[in-house]
Design a protein around this ligand. Structure first.
Ligand code: RFL
Ligand code: PHB
Length: 401
């Protein structure tokens, strides 16, 4: 088998890359280890930056998002028993965020790719990368129900296989520059069948731990509470979760709405960057190259930003033989990645309760929150980062498929 760009992983990064390449007449094949049902049913991100939304719209995959997504002009920060609104729309000259679930973005991209005749191999096994330092890289894999390994020959490989995938590991350890921080925090996330509790997201710093109120639809809500990352979800009964949410978010005259919990899980938090985003003809994008703690809502958006650069670079390479963007791929992406890392780290340390912190450090956190909610300059900085910093490479998509 042969294709121009072999893509490992059908997450937001891999699917978006395949879509953007297709719009430029470049052929790709996607290899995904999970089933279509699984990737379309995994509950993850919810917040899309304006730039991500603009890209999905400009490339013809934004229709359902514009109908079913929710547009938020602000967020609320809660601490010391009070809520403070950050008016992002006003502070950023009219930008907003869109709450639209990651698995819905995935459904829209899979549908568009399959409709355009794309090859996506689901349920593949034993994916391995070969000859990546040469101009004839190959991916070996075992197709669904197959007994013999297949070989996919390509010009380039895009490693879009998330944090645990094989692509990053294919770069020799001694050549990989990696930096990381692990936090002593976990997020217990729930999907609950209740009406919307608040028109905007609430980020709450509470002495019992952080809590986040988010939404998915008028009938389904998404909330998170900070827990010990070593906790077992089995120890968190629905009653215990609701009682923590009430304790951390309720205020005089405002109370959480309880209801049936339809999904719950715990994720741990880390910041990670593999600065070696290119090795030979292998390019890493999205969570394969970097992880942010979810407090800044940046992971999916960063994946989309990497892909814009990579798709543009590959487009220029195939259409004019120009390899300037591909050569500078890591350098271009890393400027945005490190700013998103800084923002996610700052939001995380400002909002979570660290049991090892002294009362002094807790007061510094509260002072930071007081500053950010009372200084126009500080609030504008939060808002500018939250809605998304400008793209490094301007998108040139105006094509409707
Ligand atoms: P993904 O989504 O992990 O997709 C990688 C795909 O590769 C497949 N794969 C393989 N395929 C073939 N062979 C192998 N050996 C393979 N190994 C893995 C996997 O099955 C998968 O389908 O990475 P990608 O595309 O880079 O996308 C990144 C985003 O998923 C991630 O950054 C976000 O979910 C992060 N995130 C958020 N990002 C936002 O921008 N806004 C948010 O509001 C937001 N909230 C969140 C989040 C992540 C969370 N969790 C679960 C960590 C909230 C949470 C709770
Ligand atoms: C979500 O709705 O899943 C969500 C919202 C904001 C975040 C992280 C996740 O910062």
């Amino acid at each position: 088998m042969r294709t121009q760009v072999g893509i490992i992983g059908a997450g937001p990064a891999g699917l978006l890359l395949s879509h953007l390449l297709h719009l430029q007449g470049i052929d790709s094949i996607i290899l995904e280890s999970r089933s279509r049902e699984e990737i379309e049913g995994t509950i993850r991100a919810g917040v899309l930056e304006q730039g991500t939304v603009d890209l999905l719209n400009a490339t013809g995959v934004g229709d359902r998002m514009m109908k079913e997504g929710h547009f938020h002009h602000g967020i609320e920060l809660q601490f010391n028993g009070k809520r403070h609104r950050i008016d992002m729309h006003e502070l950023t000259g009219g930008k907003k965020i869109t709450v639209y679930a990651q698995h819905e973005v995935i459904k829209d991209l899979v549908a568009a790719r399959l409709e355009a005749g794309a090859k996506i191999y689901f349920n593949v096994k034993d994916v391995s990368l070969h000859q990546i330092e040469t101009s004839t890289p190959k991916i070996r894999f075992l197709p669904e129900n197959g007994t013999d390994a297949e070989e996919l020959n390509c010009d380039f490989i895009a490693g879009c296989d998330g944090f645990h995938g094989p692509s990053r590991q294919a770069i020799p350890t001694n050549l990989r520059v990696e930096k990381q921080k692990i936090y002593p925090y976990g997020w217990l996330g729930i999907l609950a069948k209740t009406p919307t509790v608040n028109p905007e997201l609430i980020y709450s710093n509470h002495e019992r731990g952080f809590a986040l109120i988010s939404t998915r639809s008028p009938e389904i809500q998404r909330h998170y509470i900070q827990v010990d990352p070593k906790n077992d979800i089995a120890d968190w009964s629905d009653d215990r979760i609701w009682s923590e949410l009430h304790a951390r978010v309720d205020m005089d005259g405002w109370s959480m709405l309880d209801g049936p919990i339809i999904q719950k899980n715990i994720v741990s938090m880390r910041s990670f960057v593999c600065e070696t985003m290119r090795y030979g003809n292998l390019f890493l994008a999205g969570d394969a190259a970097h992880i942010v703690p979810p407090t800044g809502a940046k992971g999916l958006n960063l994946a989309a930003a990497d892909i814009q650069v990579l798709a543009r670079g590959l487009g220029e390479y195939y259409h004019s033989g120009e390899d300037d963007i591909l050569t500078r791929y890591a350098e271009i992406c890393l400027r945005r990645i490190w700013k998103a890392q800084r923002f996610s780290y700052w939001m995380t340390t400002m909002l979570h309760r660290n049991v090892e912190h002294s009362p002094f450090e807790y007061n510094i956190q509260l002072a930071e929150l007081d500053y950010v909610t009372s200084s126009q300059a500080a609030a504008a900085s939060l808002a500018e980062n939250y809605v998304g910093l400008p793209m490094e490479i301007k998108s040139n998509y105006s094509i409707k498929i």
